[in-house]
Design a protein around this ligand. Structure first.
Ligand SMILES: O=C(O)c1ccccc1NCC(=O)[C@H](O)[C@H](O)COP(=O)(O)O
Length: 206
């Protein structure tokens, strides 16, 4: 059985980052989107990243952020990977010379192969649920049968995943990794260590 990696997104506290890593998370996500209830400041992000042990990927999540703002942020915060979660173009995603993943918000009728082909330089494609007017973190799952098998890039499956449904999601999509936020929270931005452990246990086969 292939190893499936886990990213715990929307981390706002050092203790939640450390609990996620202790549970076996491969990556943590920090939301730099002011309208999100999970948004972190530069100082918060620096504190969280400084507390991490080696070999944990730090992912910064952005929604149509202004170029100057992201350039400044990258000078201040040591992020390993950029996650573009808005309507960014290929040129915008490539414009920082950093590895990135592009989020696509899935809805019936989408040609996911064609949408993925628009981002040939992405390290991976994150598939999240389409909800009109909401860029992400909806806590809602999409119909996993919409994802074609054997996609040409690593797929990170997101959207409404929980300890209860993640095994079924992995069986359906066979992603490279899974990404969760709301499904392991007690409240927005505050993670539940028991749920994080249960989630990663399920990702690893129960
Ligand atoms: O978390 C947010 O508030 C958020 C806001 C705007 C864009 C993206 C956002 N979150 C993305 C994620 O946390 C995940 O990549 C993904 O959407 C899964 O979230 P969830 O359905 O809550 O597990």
């Amino acid at each position: 059985m292939a190893v499936v990696r886990s990213k715990i997104c929307g981390i706002t506290r050092v203790e939640d980052a450390l609990a996620a890593v202790a549970a076996g998370a491969d990556a943590i996500g920090l939301v730099f989107y002011a309208k999100s209830p999970r948004a972190v400041s530069v100082a918060q992000a620096q504190q969280i990243i400084a507390a991490l042990p080696p070999f944990v990927t730090t992912v910064g999540l952005f929604v149509d952020i202004a170029r100057v703002e992201l350039q400044q942020l990258l000078a201040d915060v040591p992020l390993d990977l950029l996650q573009f979660h808005g309507d960014e173009s290929l040129e915008q995603c490539e414009g920082y010379g950093r590895p990135y993943i592009k989020a696509l918000r899935v809805k019936p009728g989408d040609d996911l192969l064609a949408l993925m082909a628009e981002f040939p330089s992405a390290s991976g494609i994150l598939l999240d649920t389409y909800v009109e007017g909401v860029p992400g973190g909806t806590g809602l799952a999409f119909d996993w049968s919409l994802v074609p098998q054997d996609l040409p890039k690593p797929v990170i499956l997101a959207g409404g995943l929980t300890p209860e449904n993640v095994a079924a999601a992995i069986a359906a999509v066979k992603p490279y990794a899974v990404d969760v936020s709301g499904g392991v929270e007690v409240s927005k931005g505050i993670k539940d260590a028991d749920k994080v452990r249960a989630f990663i246990r399920e990702v690893r086969g129960g």
